[in-house]
Design a protein around this ligand. Structure first.
Ligand SMILES: C[S@@+](CC[C@H](N)C(=O)[O-])C[C@H]1O[C@@H](n2cnc3c(N)ncnc32)[C@H](O)[C@@H]1O
Length: 543
C-alpha cells in the first residue's frame, strides 16, 4: 500500500474514498462535474459519525439524559454568572460513541481503577463507571467545581456514585494527590487542557501510576487535522498536541497506536521488557504476566457435583478464567441449568448426567467430555454427601453411601480422568476434601463424612506422588463450613451460631471464597504443587 491507495488502485477506507473523489474534483474541468463530486464527498463525510452511532450500542438511558443535558446547557450563562472559571462549550462533551469506546476498553482489559483527566459533565465517567465491577472506581479530575454538581445527580440516578470520585482542582495537582494516596490505574483517559497533556503523561509514566498491562488513552491527538495540516495558521493547541505525539512516539518505554476515531484517539501501552539479560522474574514465565498465568484459555475442565453450591461456583470460576466447562451432576436438570448459566455468559459448556459411584459411569463421563469438548485438562472431583448421626447410631447403609460417593466414587473419577491425562501427558486433578480431614467438626456428629474426607486427602497425596513427573498434579481443597444448601438441613441449621464462635474470622465460607483458589490450582501457575491439601476455613482449624 502506498499513500493510502492499494496496488489495485482502489481506495479502501472512507477517507481514501474521500481523497479519491476530491482529487477527481480538483482535476475536473466541467464545473457541474466538480459540484457532483464535491456533493458526494460531502455526503460521505457527513454520514460517517451518524452511521457509527447507528451501528454501535447506544448509551444507557441515564447517560443519554446526561449527554442531552450537557449539550442543552447554557454554558455562556454559567460563565457570565461566574459559576465556571472558563467559558465551557458543549463540544467539550466527548459524546456517546467515545464514552462507549473508553468503557469498552475498560471491559476488555478487566479494568478496576480508571483515571479520567478532564471530566467535563461526566458522560465518559458515567459510561466507564457503569462498565466497571462494583468494587471498581473511576477518579475524575476536573478544574471546575460546577461540573461535580452537574454530574453528581446523574451518577446517583445510575446507582454508580460509590464508583466515582471527582477530584476538583488542577489536574497536575489531582494526579499528585492520588499518587500520594498510593492510587494506581488500569487505564487513564487524558482529555483536559491540551497544553497540559505532556505534563500529565510524564507524571503518570514517571510515577508509575499505570499498572502493568494498563494503558493511557489520549483524546484529540489529531486536533481537527491541524497536527498534520496546520494550514499556515499559528495554533497553540495543535502545536502542543504535535509535540505530545512526537514525544510519545519516541518514548522507548511505550508503544502507541493512533486511531482516526473522532478527533483522533491514541492508545499508549507500556512495552514488555525484552533485554537479553531479563530473566523470567522480570519478563514473567514465558513472557506471561502473573495474572495471565492464571488464565485457562483453551483448557477443558470437568467438575462433578457442579449442579449447585461449591461445584457450581467452581464451574463459573473456571469458565470465567477461560476454560470450556463440563458440568456433571447426578441431577441432570441441575447440570443443564448451570451449563445454561455458563453458556449465557459466553462460556463453552456442556451438561453431563452421571452417577460417579459407578466405574463405568465415570469412564462414560470422561469419554463424553472428550467427545464433546475435545480434551480433558482439568478435573474437579467435588460430588459428595454428608449425613449427621452419632457414631453409635450410624447405620451401615449411611457409612456405605458416604464412602461410595465421597471416597470410592472420587477415586473412580480420579482413575478414569488420570488414565486419560497420563496418556496425554498433562492434567490437573483437584479433589474437594474438607477441613473435617484435619479436625473433628463439632457439635454435629458425622463420623462417616469425617473419615471419608480424611481418605480423600490420602488418595490425593498418593496419586500426587504416583503421578508426579508424568505431567499430572493432584491436589485437594479443604473448605471450612460453607454456606450452602448442604448445611440448611434441620439438623445443622441451629448449629450455625456455635460454628461462628469456632471460626476466628467469625463467619462461614461463601462459595465465592473458594473460586480464586480453584483457578490457581487448575492453572499452570500451580505446576510445582502436588499432593497438597489447601485449607480455606477462615482459621477454623487453628482453634
Ligand atoms: C474536553 S473536556 C472533557 C470531556 C470529558 N472527558 C468527556 O468525556 O466528556 C475538558 C475538561 O477539562 C477540564 N480542564 C481543563 N483544564 C483543566 C485542568 N488544568 N485541570 C483539570 N481539568 C481541566 C475542563 O474544565 C473541561 O471540563
Amino acid at each position: 500500500m502506498e499513500n493510502g491507495i492499494h496496488k489495485t488502485g482502489q481506495p479502501d477506507t472512507p477517507v481514501e474514498v474521500l481523497v479519491d473523489i476530491l482529487g477527481k474534483a480538483l482535476q475536473a474541468n466541467d464545473p457541474s462535474e466538480t459540484r457532483k463530486l464535491v456533493e458526494s464527498a460531502h455526503k460521505l463525510a457527513k454520514g460517517l459519525d451518524p452511521y457509527l452511532d447507528a451501528i454501535s450500542t447506544p448509551p444507557s438511558e441515564v447517560c443519554q439524559e446526561l449527554i442531552r443535558a450537557s449539550l442543552e446547557h447554557n454554558w455562556d450563562e454559567a460563565y457570565n454568572q461566574g459559576k465556571t472559571q472558563f467559558l465551557q462549550k458543549r463540544e467539550c462533551c466527548a459524546g456517546a460513541l467515545e464514552g462507549h469506546f473508553i468503557a469498552t476498553l475498560c471491559k476488555l482489559t478487566g479494568a478496576k481503577t480508571v483515571l479520567e483527566v478532564g471530566m467535563f459533565t461526566g458522560t465518559t465517567t458515567l459510561a466507564v463507571a457503569q462498565a466497571l465491577p462494583h468494587d471498581g472506581k473511576v477518579y475524575a479530575l476536573e478544574i471546575e467545581d460546577y461540573m461535580r454538581n452537574f454530574a453528581q445527580p446523574f451518577f446517583q440516578r445510575a446507582g454508580v456514585s460509590d464508583r466515582v470520585e471527582v477530584v476538583v482542582g488542577a489536574a497536575s495537582e489531582g494526579i499528585a494527590k492520588l499518587a500520594a494516596q498510593g492510587k494506581c490505574f488500569d487505564l487513564a483517559f487524558l482529555d483536559a487542557d491540551k497544553t497540559g497533556y505532556l505534563g500529565y503523561y510524564k507524571q503518570l509514566m514517571d510515577l508509575n501510576l499505570i499498572l502493568p498491562g494498563g494503558a493511557i488513552i489520549v483524546d484529540n491527538t489529531l486536533m481537527k487535522g491541524r497536527t498534520y495540516y496546520p494550514g499556515g495558521v499559528k495554533d497553540e493547541l495543535a502545536d502542543a498536541i504535535r509535540e505530545f505525539n512526537e514525544f510519545v512516539r519516541k518514548d522507548s518505554r511505550v508503544d502507541v497506536v493512533a486511531l482516526p476515531f473522532r478527533d483522533g484517539v491514541s492508545i499508549i501501552t507500556r512495552r514488555q521488557e525484552s533485554s537479553p539479560e531479563a530473566d523470567d522474574i522480570i519478563t514473567g514465565t514465558a513472557h506471561s504476566r502473573i495474572l495471565q498465568r492464571l488464565k485457562l484459555n483453551s483448557k477443558v475442565a470437568l467438575i462433578t457435583g457442579a449442579g449447585q453450591g461449591i461445584g457450581r461456583a467452581f464451574a463459573h470460576a473456571l469458565g470465567e478464567a477461560g476454560a470450556a466447562v463440563a458440568v456433571a451432576d447426578i441431577n441432570g436438570d441441575a447440570a443443564e441449568r448451570v451449563a445454561a448459566e455458563l453458556a449465557a455468559k459466553g462460556v463453552r459448556a456442556t451438561a453431563i448426567t452421571a452417577d460417579v459411584t459407578q466405574a463405568k459411569e465415570c469412564q462414560r463421563m470422561v469419554d463424553t467430555v472428550v467427545e464433546r469438548l475435545g480434551a480433558l485438562d482439568i478435573a474437579v472431583n467435588n460430588a459428595g454427601v454428608n449425613f449427621n448421626n452419632a457414631a453409635e447410631d450410624t447405620p451401615e447403609s449411611e457409612w456405605d453411601m458416604t464412602f461410595n460417593l465421597n471416597t470410592k466414587g472420587l477415586f473412580l473419577c480420579c482413575q478414569a480422568e488420570g488414565r486419560y491425562m497420563l496418556a496425554q501427558g498433562h492434567g490437573r486433578i483437584i479433589n474437594t476434601a474438607s477441613m473435617a480431614s484435619l479436625l473433628v467438626p463439632h457439635p454435629q456428629k458425622q463420623i462417616a463424612y469425617n473419615a471419608s474426607k480424611a481418605a480423600v486427602v490420602k488418595i490425593t497425596q498418593t496419586l500426587g506422588a504416583e503421578w508426579a513427573g508424568r505431567g499430572l498434579t493432584v491436589n485437594c481443597m479443604s473448605p471450612g463450613i460453607v454456606n450452602t444448601a448442604l448445611i440448611q438441613s434441620e439438623a445443622l441449621r441451629p448449629l450455625a451460631k456455635e460454628w461462628l464462635q469456632q471460626i476466628p474470622m467469625g463467619r462461614l465460607a461463601e462459595v465465592s471464597d473458594l473460586q480464586a483458589a480453584i483457578v490457581f490450582m487448575a492453572s499452570d501457575a500451580s505446576s510445582f504443587m502436588t499432593g497438597h491439601n489447601l485449607v480455606l476455613d477462615g482459621g477454623h482449624t487453628l482453634w
